[in-house]
Design a protein around this ligand. Structure first.
Ligand SMILES: Cc1cc2nc3c(=O)[nH]c(=O)nc-3n(C[C@H](O)[C@H](O)[C@H](O)COP(=O)(O)O)c2cc1C
Length: 214
């Protein structure tokens, strides 16, 4: 059994990566082999609309473009679980994660029949979002608009879970930056009291997705 995590944050060791590492630990707890891919280390683009995956005579579910992302995409289709993590930038997933999802998702979509599944395996998946806004704002303004990624991941044939870690701690030292709109005391409280719960939830998701594949 294998679980692959994809970090769509440029910041090593920060909120998004921490959640992904916990999810991987959860997967490891039931025997999965794991790997963490750093998108910001890779040289790749989003979909180039070459339509190589839509040519007649072939039914490709994996992107044919060749760059640093190609081996990662191939590895994903051999895996049992795919764990995606992204910070929220201007209300959306990071640019690197958006490009990654274009490359993963477009070949999975049949232009002959939107209901048809081109990939017949089963890869369980999870989306982890981290963001500055509090959970109430995420629920009222963002949860719905981020839902479209779930539909893409459902084409992998497995369970799809979504988890949002809100009100994240953003700086090692708030006093060194222009951060007057944030209450650092509140941020520290969330980091110390809520974020450990987020990590635990991520662990449980990683574990659950693998148990389903046993
Ligand atoms: C360019 C940029 C845009 C951001 N936009 C938003 C936003 O629209 N909403 C939000 O809640 N947080 C926003 N944030 C904050 C990050 O989403 C948040 O700090 C996240 O947890 C960072 O993840 P990381 O610690 O893994 O880097 C933004 C941060 C940056 C750098």
């Amino acid at each position: 059994m294998k679980a692959i995590a994809i970090n769509g944050s440029p910041r090593r060791g920060w909120n998004t990566e921490k959640l992904l590492k916990e999810a991987l630990r959860g997967a490891e707890s039931v025997g999965a082999e794991t790997r963490l891919v750093q998108l910001y280390d890779l040289n790749y683009t989003g979909c180039k609309s070459c339509f190589g995956c839509k040519r007649k005579g072939e039914e490709l579910y994996c992107c044919i473009l060749k760059d640093n992302l190609s081996p990662v995409l191939e590895e994903i289709f051999e895996a049992d679980a795919l764990l995606l993590g992204s910070p929220i930038y201007f209300g959306n997933i990071s640019g690197q994660m958006a490009s990654f999802i274009e490359r993963l998702g477009f070949p999975l979509l049949s232009y002959d029949d939107y209901t048809k599944r081109l990939f017949n395996g089963k890869i369980n998946s999870a989306l982890f979002y981290t963001m500055n806004v509090p959970e109430e704002f995420y629920k009222s303004h963002m949860e719905q608009s981020l839902q479209n990624r779930v539909g893409i991941l459902q084409r992998l044939g497995g369970l799809v879970e979504v988890y949002a870690a809100c009100d994240t701690y953003q700086f090692t030292d708030y006093s060194k930056y222009h951060t007057a709109t944030f209450d650092e005391g509140h941020k520290r409280k969330v980091r110390d009291e809520q974020f450990p719960k987020d990590l635990k939830a991520a662990y449980e998701i990683g574990r659950r997705l693998m148990i389903d594949k046993l």
